[in-house]
Design a protein around this ligand. Structure first.
Ligand code: HOZ
Length: 429
């Protein structure tokens, strides 16, 4: 039943001679699950096809943006049309305002926003804005939350560093993270203590409202509302990093789902329909700090790139017209249920969760509330399960510390096919 990997092996060997670890981003090197990373030839709807011709149901979906599945006609046509009109201007285009208007209609808290090229850029720019606005330096983040790889936020950052077992990252000077205060997720007492000690120096609290980079971990009841209260009480800003959950856990993102309004929001790849893009935005008085309105500098030639803007607009138009979010959400709920029932039947302890078009699971007998509990999950069993599923035509994120994503192309038939693979894989575990 082992799927062929000869082509991926050859391509991986070639890539390793050219790029660190053979990849452009560490998690996809399969270090934590073993085996050869599948080199992808193409995506088709809910499926990936690798260089050996293996066709796999994709539950990564480029870590979020592909709400319509791979290569949806509406998006590829919009990209081709725009490419014929120019791929980069280094000057404003009306597409930026069109997409900004759509985003603001869904995220009214983003009174002003700026496009950047990735979630990482969005997070570092949001922190710069918050620091300038509050005239304070310290930033609070949560253990296991990932806000991209900017130096100041690369402290206990979940995701890739957790996957690879790195404490954090060499190359980040201690002085740069000295103002980054890390507290456990879902622990109001710890946060209260930090605010009691440092409240007047804290510019912002950054949070993934549902964590998606230490596996998928929900906020405890009332935790986000507590963040809103304590930041307001101390004159700090609340920043929601919705790079993973935006347009995913709810059509209006996590802030609509939980009814908590942040001061600043960071969005990522989903607003570019899978092309490289990000944005940060929020209260007008905070965002007007940014140049050229205000003195805070942040810039980029490819920011607001017309291809990415056109792709994002096409994705949202098509998703609205086809009810894509609901279809993807049904698929996430049903896939999580299939995992739960396959694990139960095999007697494997599992914790599953889904919200909207996103789901996750931990091979853990106990509920997961924070990074410490996520880290007690059975990583070795996850690695074996990952391989068993690849051989059965299901592609999960190659790390127990990533979340899973569906699309409207994950039809009930596709989910039924995946459910059969889960049954067989858990039985073989
Ligand atoms: N941790 C990243 C997503 N949450 C991984 C991105 C990638 O390797 O493509």
């Amino acid at each position: 039943m082992t799927s062929p990997t000869t082509q991926s092996e050859t391509l991986f060997a070639h890539a390793q001679a050219l790029m660190p670890g053979g990849v452009s981003s560490p998690v996809r090197a399969f270090k934590s699950v073993g085996g050869v990373p599948r080199f992808i030839d193409r995506g088709e709807g809910a499926y990936l096809v690798d260089a050996d011709g293996n066709r796999m149901i994709d539950y990564v979906m480029s870590f979020g943006p592909l709400l319509l599945g791979h290569a949806p006609e509406a998006v590829t046509r919009a990209i081709a049309d725009q490419a014929a009109r120019g791929t980069s201007f280094g000057a404003p285009s009306p597409l930026e305002s069109d997409l900004a208007e759509h985003i603001r209609s869904v995220y009214p808290s983003m009174e002003r926003l700026r496009f950047v090229n990735s979630g990482t850029e969005g997070a570092m720019s949001a922190v710069r804005a918050a620091r300038a606005f509050t005239r304070r330096d310290k930033v609070v983040k949560f253990d296991g939350h990932y806000h991209g790889h900017a130096d100041l936020l690369l402290a206990k950052a979940g995701s890739g560093v957790a996957t690879l077992g790195l404490p954090d990252s060499p190359g980040v000077p201690a002085a740069v993270t000295a103002d980054t205060l890390v507290v456990p997720f879902n622990d109001p007492a710890a946060l209260r203590a930090v605010f009691e000690a440092e409240g007047e120096r804290i510019a912002a609290v950054l949070v993934e409202p549902i964590a998606g980079n230490m596996g998928m971990v929900r906020p405890a009841e009332g935790f986000l509302a507590f963040l809103r209260e304590i930041t307001e009480a101390h004159g700090a800003l609340l920043v929601f990093d919705e790079v993973m959950v935006g347009f995913r856990v709810h059509p209006g993102g996590a802030q609509a789902l939980f009814g908590v309004t942040p001061d600043v929001t960071i969005l990522g790849k989903v607003i570019g329909g899978g092309l490289p893009v990000g944005a940060y935005g929020g209260r007008a008085d905070v965002m007007e700090m940014m140049a050229p309105s205000g003195p805070v500098y942040q810039a980029g030639t490819l920011s607001g790139n017309p291809l990415a803007m056109a792709a994002g607009l096409a994705l949202f138009r098509e998703a609205n017209a086809t009810g894509a979010w609901r279809l993807a959400a049904d698929a996430a709920r049903d896939t999580a249920a299939a995992i739960q029932s396959a694990a139960d039947a095999a007697g494997v302890p599992v914790q599953t969760t889904s919200e909207g078009a996103m789901f996750g699971f931990f091979l853990n007998a106990n509920p997961v509330m924070d990074y410490a509990s996520a880290a007690t999950s059975d990583r070795e069993a996850f690695a074996r399960l990952h391989g068993l599923l690849l051989d059965r035509g299901v592609y999960l994120p190659p790390s127990p510390f990533e979340a899973c994503f569906t699309s409207s192309a994950h039809t009930p038939d596709v989910v039924a096919e995946a459910a059969e693979a889960f049954r067989s894989a858990f039985a073989a575990l």
